[in-house]
Design a protein around this ligand. Structure first.
Ligand code: ADP
Ligand code: MG
Length: 327
């Protein structure tokens, strides 16, 4: 079972940034409003995530580390309408099979906090009482210590941290209502305070995408039937040779998708050169049963049930706002 976990770990845990992604998504699923991310040595040495979410009760701590243990899908039908970010019950099992992992948690209704610890192949999960505020911490130390082949693929501290920084940016753009902080080697590098008032999202946008983008972008807000597309789009004149950022979210999840790229590209056709890319941060919302996110473990790809309709809606929405801009 441990071997199976290590194989699966390859799919979910490619590098420190993928660990951060899975753990932060768990924190978001738990309803956290504040998430602290503490990294040492690009994540090779340590990844520590703290949240103030619902916590995990004592009796479920060990279970949370076992494979296919998810508390998020009550019945199979739910797969059709997943709203939580995680649903496979693989992340913690996979990460704990390739690192030394401590999971500490205290649900509000429990007076004592508990910690589960396990290391690589060591199947024994030990439970110990600890001091911990309401919420959960996951401490991942010595990533890939027992899989040298995978450790070899880790890049420099700087590169791995850059990937983490990018993942945190993407996630922070998906949840303006949650505050995030990111430390590297003890130094606080990023702070994204929660956006309390609707309409002041531009502060975080400036914080993440730069002042220039936030001040000059075209705001977008389109509806058609059950589809909605909101967000921000760089002016065509601002398109760059190596598109600085193209962030597209489908029901709150960041996606990279050919169909979406194509629709965006088409909307900009004739306005920018073929070698230029417009920056954007866009949020598509549609009925959960209209989209299949269960395509790839890394969950970057998406399958739309009405692909053509979605494509044309995105194209229309962008074209309309570009036309308005040029008027
Ligand atoms: P999944 O997210 O797909 O359910 P994971 O392996 O990522 O699987 O997590 C397993 C389970 O552990 C989750 O279903 C959840 O019940 C619990 N869990 C993990 N992280 C947290 C957290 N930060 N707060 C509360 N519960 C958590
Ligand atoms: Mg998860």
């Amino acid at each position: 079972a441990r071997l199976a976990n290590q194989i699966a770990a390859g799919e979910v845990v490619e590098r420190p940034a993928s660990v951060v992604k899975e753990l932060v998504e768990n924190s978001l699923d738990s309803g956290a409003t504040s998430i602290e991310i503490d990294i040492e040595k690009g994540g090779h040495k340590r990844i520590l995530i703290r949240d103030n979410g619902s916590g995990i009760v004592h009796d479920e701590l060990a279970l949370a580390l076992s494979r296919h243990a998810t508390s998020k899908i009550a019945k199979l039908d739910d797969l059709e309408a997943i709203c939580s970010l995680g649903f496979r019950g693989e992340a913690l099992a996979s990460i704990s099979s390739v690192a030394r992992l401590s999971l500490s948690s205290k649900p509000k209704e429990q007076t004592q906090a508990w910690q589960a610890h396990c290391e690589g192949r060591d199947m024994q999960v030990q439970l110990n009482p600890v001091a911990h505020p309401d919420g959960t911490s996951v401490d991942v130390v010595d990533l890939f210590f027992n899989t040298p082949a995978r450790r070899k693929f880790l890049r420099t501290e700087k590169t791995e941290f850059a990937h983490i920084d990018e993942i945190v940016r993407r996630i922070a753009l998906s949840r303006f209502d949650v505050s995030f902080s990111l430390k590297h080697n003890g130094k606080l590098l990023r702070k994204y305070p929660a956006v309390k008032v609707q309409g002041s999202e531009l502060k975080r946008l400036a914080n993440i995408c730069g002042k220039e983008f936030s001040e000059q972008c075209i705001e977008l807000n389109s509806q058609y039937q059950q589809f909605e597309l909101k967000g921000w789009l760089a002016q065509p004149e601002q398109a760059k040779p190596h598109g600085d950022f193209q962030y597209f979210y489908v029901n709150g999840r960041m996606m990279r998708d050919k169909l979406i790229n194509h629709a965006v590209r088409q909307a900009f056709e004739g306005l920018i050169g073929a070698d230029l890319y417009p920056a954007y941060v866009l949020y598509l919302t549609l009925e959960p049963n209209q989209v299949d996110v269960n395509v790839h473990p890394a969950k970057h790809e998406v399958r739309f049930h009405q692909a053509r309709l979605v494509h044309d809606f995105i194209y229309r929405a962008l074209t309309d706002s570009l036309n308005q801009y040029f008027q």
